[in-house]
Design a protein around this ligand. Structure first.
Ligand code: UDP
Ligand code: MG
Length: 342
């Protein structure tokens, strides 16, 4: 690895770069990586085998999302093995899976971009299937997990419910939003990177730009090594990203509910007033009163929380801070056509 061939850049990513188109690269594979030291070697072996077998030019972009294990060293080592095909983006901290994908999307050179996880839950051997659908003229090839091999009650059932809720709230027809294994056209990836959002959901965002989307089933396996990076709290966070990013439904529901409760309270007040005038003052009913009050207060607090979720995200965007910070990019620049910025 010579100093000349490797670009080491500390960048402020507040300016959205447009990747340099390079007709020499057909497929770009984008893989976000967070503490995946146990997966990377077998991922590399299987992926390279599939990609070499395609007989097309390709590149693989890994984004190291601030891993604390040996991921960084392993990625460097993989780069050294295949400097022409592998590029590594090193984040200066953990900015989340979707931002890791975004950083790679800003830099891909391929005509078709495949996104996958590092843990091989969607086997690399399925990539040709995605490409086949892409070559049939679809600009967005989604996938759904065929025979999902994850904890049934902790992941599969909540995910099914969320998929149903999302399709109702956002009107997007995606069977399995959480399955990141997808192929996108260059145009869609360009539009995704231009959408300057700090908390987004790449699969759904891409879908909103698609002209001819399709979906195919892909094999899903249990994680072979390491463990899921999503605990319940993180899953709730990304679910909020999803809903606030693509739907106003939570706010609408609250407004409608607010109107409904106001109307009911109006009736109740009228009834109580009438009762007081006709029957006289009422000393009992404290429990009822408090239960209604507590219910209303909890609803109001939830409402404030929901508004807060939107406001917080607006705040993040208006501050215009960088969405992520790149420490270093490890890539071979010898055969990249020089773009206007370089
Ligand atoms: N990931 C990441 N940053 C994070 C969390 C996860 O880049 O903060 C990566 C992770 O390394 C993997 C992918 O995103 O390649 C999906 O994560 P995981 O397999 O843990 O999610 P699950 O399959 O359990 O939904
Ligand atoms: Mg996984």
């Amino acid at each position: 690895m010579t100093e000349k061939s490797v670009s080491k850049t500390i960048e402020n990513t507040s300016i959205v770069e447009s990747a340099q188109a390079n007709n020499d690269v057909y497929v770009s594979v984008v893989i976000p990586v967070y503490n995946e030291e146990d997966c990377l070697e077998s991922l590399y072996q299987r992926l390279i085998k599939v990609m070499d077998g395609l007989g097309k030019t390709y590149e693989i972009l890994f984004t190291n999302d601030g891993s604390k294990d040996r991921t960084s060293e392993i990625l460097r080592e993989l780069y050294n093995r295949r400097p022409k095909q592998i590029r590594v983006i090193e984040f200066n901290g953990n900015f989340g899976q979707h931002m890791a994908i975004m950083a790679a999307f800003e830099r891909v050179r391929g005509q078709v971009i495949v996104n996958m996880d590092a843990d091989m839950q969607n086997p690399p051997e399925e990539i040709p299937k995605l490409l086949m659908a892409f070559e049939q003229g679809h600009d967005y090839v989604g996938s759904y997990r065929d025979g999902r091999d994850d904890s049934y009650f902790l992941r599969t059932v909540p995910s099914k419910f969320m998929n149903w809720l999302r399709s109702k709230a956002t009107g997007t027809k995606i069977s399995d939003q959480g399955c990141m294994f997808r192929a996108y056209s260059r145009r869609i990836v360009g539009l995704i990177t231009q959408s300057y959002e700090s908390s987004t959901f790449v699969t759904v965002l891409g879908y909103t730009f698609a002209m001819n989307p399709t979906e195919i089933p892909v094999v899903h396996q249990a994680r072979l090594e390491g463990e899921s990076k999503y605990d319940i709290y993180r899953l709730v966070r990304v679910t909020f990203d999803l809903f606030t990013g693509f739907s106003m439904a939570p706010l609408h529901i609250f407004t409608v509910f607010g109107f409904f409760v106001s109307a009911m309270s109006g009736l109740l007040v009228a009834y109580l007033l009438g009762r007081r005038l006709i029957i006289g003052p009422e000393a009992e009913g404290l429990v009822t009163l408090f239960s209604v009050l507590f219910f209303m207060v909890s609803v109001a607090i939830t409402g404030i929380g929901i508004v807060g979720e939107y406001v917080g995200r607006i705040y993040q965007v208006v501050r215009r801070r960088p969405r992520f910070l790149i420490k270093e990019i490890i890539e071979d620049q010898s055969d990249i056509r020089k773009g206007p910025q370089s």
